[in-house]
Design a protein around this ligand. Structure first.
Ligand code: BT5
Length: 325
């Protein structure tokens, strides 16, 4: 009901809507309307209330609140349930907890900041206010070795969402980085709970430097990280980014489920800044250099080295001819 009330106030943005009209539209008492107005105010919505005139929405908070994400969201499964935190340790950790408790596919966890945001191999992920820190709970019908492919789905959907809200088209560096002019805009962390031949659930964590000023990055990231704000000079609508991401992701997820990964892999190749380039692949105990030639049907990277073609299902790469740091 709060969502409908908010939608109504937004539809009539800047105008007064009487308590009577709202109570009729929502089919509840005027006291119930007042209670929901109070709840919205507590979330940070600026709502004026005047006797005889009614209610008027003045400002919506710049937060990733469920009502902001779900208003106009055109998905059937993803993001139908949203958990929002002003601050948490890690949205991936929370989503894993929800996964083990049996929460449904598509459940979304978003946070304004994370105190213990994580990258791969337990690396730290810098997660201040202004970014988009989200985790999506999925229950795909896939074998565990196919989970990597969903990282590629997320990367493609993140590029498309970024283009939709900012006009910027990041490149994808295999397997999980989005780059703008060579600097890292976003990263993806996929975690799987599985047995040998069965995925119980999968958590897809995406971190995007949306509205983070360039000088807010700590010294060790200043040379390698970037944000949409830093490139555009103006902030983007973060809730709109999340909505676009969920919509693109769901679209690809459904196609993948019914017809396989061919279309998705073709899109990934189009956005790739890895294929065709000289790379060094870092593996435990050794490193291999060569030309990245393609990704295979499982999302593994194929590299032509002096010894022939080698395939890497996972790993860390450096783009040598792009001055990658
Ligand atoms: C990643 O790891 O790129 C995956 C990042 C996933 C973060 C999301 S946020 C929501 C969800 N909840 C979580 O706890 N995590 C996920 P990796 O490829 O390992 O890259 C990590 C490296 O990127 C670090 O060692 C730093 O060098 C760098 N880094 C850290 N924070 C960054 C930032 N905000 N922007 C760009 N680079 C960053």
């Amino acid at each position: 009901m709060k969502e409908i009330l908010l939608a109504e106030l937004k539809r009539q943005l800047g105008r007064y809507v009487s308590g009577e009209e709202l109570s009729q539209r929502l089919g509840v008492t005027r006291t119930a309307v007042w209670k929901q107005i109070q709840a919205l105010r507590e979330e940070g919505y600026g709502i004026e209330a005047l006797p005889r005139l009614g209610y008027r929405l003045l400002v919506a908070p710049d937060l990733l609140l469920p009502a902001e994400i779900q208003g106009g969201l055109a998905t059937s499964v993803l993001g139908r349930k949203v958990y929002h935190y002003r601050e948490t340790d890690s949205t991936n950790r929370l989503a894993r907890e929800l996964g083990s408790r049996g929460e449904p596919e598509g459940t979304l966890v978003v946070a304004e900041r994370q105190q213990a945001g994580r990258g791969r191999l337990d690396r730290k992920w810098f997660s201040p206010a202004g970014g988009i820190w989200l985790s999506l709970l999925l229950r795909p019908q896939l074998f565990p070795h196919q989970a990597q492919l969903l990282t590629l789905v997320a990367a493609v959907a993140a590029v498309e969402a970024t283009e939709a809200v900012s006009g910027l088209v990041p490149g994808i560096k295999w397997p999980n980085d989005l780059l703008l002019a060579g600097s890292k805009l976003a990263g993806i962390l996929t975690e799987v709970s599985a047995e040998i031949d069965l995925v119980h659930y999968l958590v897809l964590g995406v971190g995007v430097n949306a509205n983070i000023p360039a000088d807010a990055f700590p010294a060790e990231l200043r040379e390698t990280a970037t944000s949409m704000l830093a490139v555009l000079g103006q902030p983007v609508n973060r809730a709109a980014w999340v909505r676009q991401f969920l919509q693109y992701f769901e679209k690809h997820y459904l196609v993948v489920g019914s017809s396989g990964f061919d279309d998705l892999l073709a899109r990934w190749r189009r956005y790739s800044v890895t294929l065709g380039h000289e790379v060094t692949v870092y593996l435990p105990g050794r490193q291999v250099s060569g030309t990245a030639i393609d990704i295979d049907d499982h999302g593994a990277l194929q590299v032509r080295t002096e010894a022939g073609i080698e395939t890497f299902p996972a790993g860390e790469i450096r783009l040598r001819d792009k001055g990658d740091r």
